[in-house]
Design a binder for this molecule. Structure first.
Ligand code: SF4
Ligand SMILES: [Zn+2]
Length: 363
């Protein structure tokens, strides 16, 4: 697609091809671009024989959310997180649950002008412990996300990535230097699912999960959206959860969330709650310590239990914390076994509030 590029920030991960096009090397799509052409993500394009980012400094909106909504259940529970995104996406999921943002080709979506410094200041003034790069995938606004993350770190604010993990190794290593926590989607557990329903491949996502877990100090949680008849068979869920237990270890929390018909998948029904119960039970039987249900009301499936003695550690009712049985070091108050995660003293008290923020008020 050829469209005039009006805002252009230079980027690093690309190279010139012999035929005069440029290849973007940020994600495994490796878009090969003619002059003036944009990549599949729509926000990066070829301008003057180099790849530029067109959405630097502009956002589709800001909101203070509970950290549990990302979802992260083991990272500063109960704390508020300033969340924002831009536009576009580097996958093409037919079941996209955020398509108004991810498929946006209207730069009107990017209403809020937002410098990294303003975002960091807003987060601090709003009492947020972290800033989340979410709503659409931060992979594609790499340079902007990193500059925001640096400004946040300078003020003691943590950084949280919500991502599909579809990124090349070099930019991945740069990006995760600045992150403190990540929730990575593992959208299914067959190459066929990834190829047919997301337009991507599974292996790079598995590589990202292993990289975050084994090569960084970033706190990692995983989300799998269960789509009836597409990725919810016992066999696929057994393979997925056994892979997590074997390759990442039992302490990585896994969230199974419910699909609702959207975007190009209106012919598939919403996920029955029984599917979420079945998936959770199967994951626990495969050795995972912390498995959650999401997008449904299920107090038991959204609470955290001690994997050693079974004691309720953190009770949750939607995004509200109802019980807290961890000591100041994050250990079980009954048996002393440490709960995996990032806990600093008391539970936060943000609750389930969702507070839209006008960033220009903080400029
Ligand atoms: S980041 Fe965008 S332009 Fe670059 S390879 Fe991925 S989809 Fe293509
Ligand atoms: Zn215990």
């Amino acid at each position: 697609m050829e469209i005039e590029i009006t805002s252009a920030t230079p980027t690093r991960y690309w190279h010139l091809l012999d035929d005069g096009r440029v290849q973007c090397d940020l994600c495994p799509r490796f878009c090969k671009l003619h002059e003036g052409q944009r990549g599949l993500c729509f926000v990066r394009g070829n301008q003057n024989s180099r790849v530029v980012l067109t959405t630097y400094g502009r956002s589709s909106g800001f909101c203070v959310d509970p950290i549990e909504k990302k979802p992260l259940n083991h990272f500063l529970p109960g704390s508020p997180v300033l969340s924002f995104g831009t536009a576009g996406c580097n996958l093409a999921c037919k079941f996209c649950q955020n398509w108004d943002i991810s498929k946006s080709r209207e730069m009107d979506t990017l209403a809020d002008e937002a410098s990294p410094e303003t975002i960091a200041r807003a987060a601090e003034e709003l009492g947020c412990r972290s800033v989340a790069y979410t709503y659409n995938d931060p992979v594609i606004f790499h340079e902007y996300a990193i500059d925001v993350a640096k400004a946040c770190r300078a003020r003691g604010i943590r950084n949280v990535a919500v991502t599909a993990g579809y990124v090349c190794p070099e930019p991945r290593a740069e990006f995760y230097q600045y992150m403190d926590a990540a929730n990575v989607d593992l959208k299914g557990f067959t190459e066929d699912f990834y190829y047919k329903l997301t337009g991507g491949h599974m292996e790079p996502v598995l590589d990202t999960l292993k990289y975050i877990k084994h090569e960084t100090d970033v706190w990692l949680e995983i989300t799998t959206l269960l789509i009836p008849g597409k990725n919810d068979s016992d066999q696929e869920l057994n393979e997925l959860t056994q892979w997590i237990a074997r390759e990442l270890g039992p302490d990585v929390p896994l969230h199974f969330s419910a699909f609702h018909p959207d975007w190009k998948m209106l012919d598939v029904p919403a996920t029955p709650i029984e599917t979420l119960f079945r998936a959770r039970e199967l994951a626990v039987n495969n050795g995972l310590h912390y498995v959650y249900t999401g997008n449904v009301h299920d107090k038991a499936g959204q609470s955290t239990y001690c994997h050693h003695c079974g004691h309720l550690l953190i009770g949750r009712d939607w995004y509200e914390l109802s019980q807290w049985n961890l000591d100041a070091t994050g250990a079980c108050s009954q048996c002393g076994t440490r709960c995996a995660g990032v806990f600093e003293g008391e539970a936060g008290s943000w609750g389930s509030r969702r507070l839209p923020v006008r960033l220009r008020d903080y400029a």
